[in-house]
Structure formats: structure tokens, C-alpha cells
Design a protein around this ligand. Structure first.
Ligand SMILES: [Zn+2]
Length: 188
């Protein structure tokens, strides 16, 4: 019964409220073939399934204490990635950047999103249609602030990335709304 309730509540998530809300009408920025072009697009149904059952296992796990994380992160990066914070809209380093590259986890370096899946959402946060692989992002139901949302985390080190919403422009219809402080872009 709780599972049914969860399914219904997740299915009724639109319209969504809160931080990372809203979306613009910008075009999807596609500069080439997607790295996961041969995989079927991840859908909201997959997200709900992963939130309930867990994502496919990651290739590795990175577990560190808060003290150790503080040593390698700025105070702002620590607040966002380890304490589930949110950076102010339109302030992040990658908010409006569409340079090519791969966005990796700021904490553990796991590659999470490809710039070819980044699109201009108009929200003030870096937004992507897909992760590079199913097993790099973890999904958890988030009921904070009186809302029901799906939190996205790094599946390797549990860094908070942001939230995912079912109103994206790609074939899977997803919008991965992230914090710049949770990511580091590397060259292609
Ligand atoms: Zn990580």
C-alpha cells in the first residue's frame, strides 16, 4: 500500500513547486551526437522506478567523512553537495554556459552529464535532459519544504546534485536541474 501511495504521489508531481522550478522555452543545445544515443531515453517512469528500487549499481563507491569533504571543498560546495543546499538562481558558474565538455561530480569526479544534453531552461540552474549513464545518478523522493520532489545525487559519493522534473524538452521528457557547485566541467 505505501508503494501505491508513492507511485500515485510521484505520478502527480506536476505542476512542481519550489526551487529549481519553472522552465523556459529555450531550444535544446545539441552540438553533436549524444554519448548515450544508442540507449533509450530515460523517462519519468524510469525515475520513479529508480527512486523506489534504486539505480543500477555504480562502478565504484566513494565514502568520506564530513571532515574529509570539508578539506577538499569550498564552504559553498560543501553546503550544497554534502548538506543538500541550493545555490541562488543565475549565480552558478555553469548556469548559462554551453561550452562542450563533460560535467563530473565536484566531489568524486564521476562523469555525470554531457554538454550535448545541456539545454537552456531559463531557470537559472544548469539543466540537462539525461545523465551519461543510468548508474551514475541516484534518485530519492524528497519531501522537504512541504513538497514532493525527486532529488538527484551522485550514485558514487551521494553528493547532492539538485532535482529532476518531468517537464524537459528531450525525448525522455526529463529536466535534470543541477547546482553548478555540484559539478566540474572537463574538456572533451
Ligand atoms: Zn560523486
Amino acid at each position: 500500500m505505501p508503494r501505491i501511495v508513492l507511485l500515485i504521489s510521484l505520478a502527480l508531481l506536476t505542476p512542481l513547486m519550489g526551487s529549481c522550478q519553472g522552465h523556459g522555452e529555450g531550444e535544446v543545445m545539441r552540438q553533436g551526437a549524444s554519448v548515450n544515443q544508442n540507449m533509450p531515453a530515460l523517462t519519468w517512469k524510469d525515475v520513479i522506478h529508480f527512486a523506489e528500487k534504486g539505480s543500477p549499481p555504480p562502478d565504484r563507491r566513494v565514502v568520506m567523512s564530513d571532515t574529509e569533504w570539508r578539506q577538499q571543498l569550498s564552504p559553498e560546495e560543501f553546503r550544497i553537495t554534502r548538506l543538500k543546499g541550493t545555490e541562488r538562481a543565475f549565480t552558478g558558474q555553469y548556469c548559462e554556459s554551453h561550452a562542450p565538455g563533460v560535467y563530473a561530480c565536484r566531489c568524486c569526479g564521476t562523469e555525470l552529464f554531457d554538454s550535448r544534453e545541456k539545454f537552456e531552461s531559463g531557470t537559472g540552474w544548469p539543466s540537462f535532459t539525461q545523465p551519461v549513464r543510468d548508474n551514475v545518478v541516484k534518485y530519492e523522493k524528497d519531501t522537504s519544504f512541504g513538497m514532493v520532489r525527486v532529488e538527484i545525487l551522485c550514485n558514487v559519493c551521494d553528493a547532492h546534485l539538485g532535482h529532476v522534473f518531468p517537464d524537459g524538452p528531450g525525448p525522455g521528457g526529463l529536466r535534470f536541474c543541477t547546482n553548478s557547485a555540484s559539478l566540474v566541467r572537463t574538456g572533451e
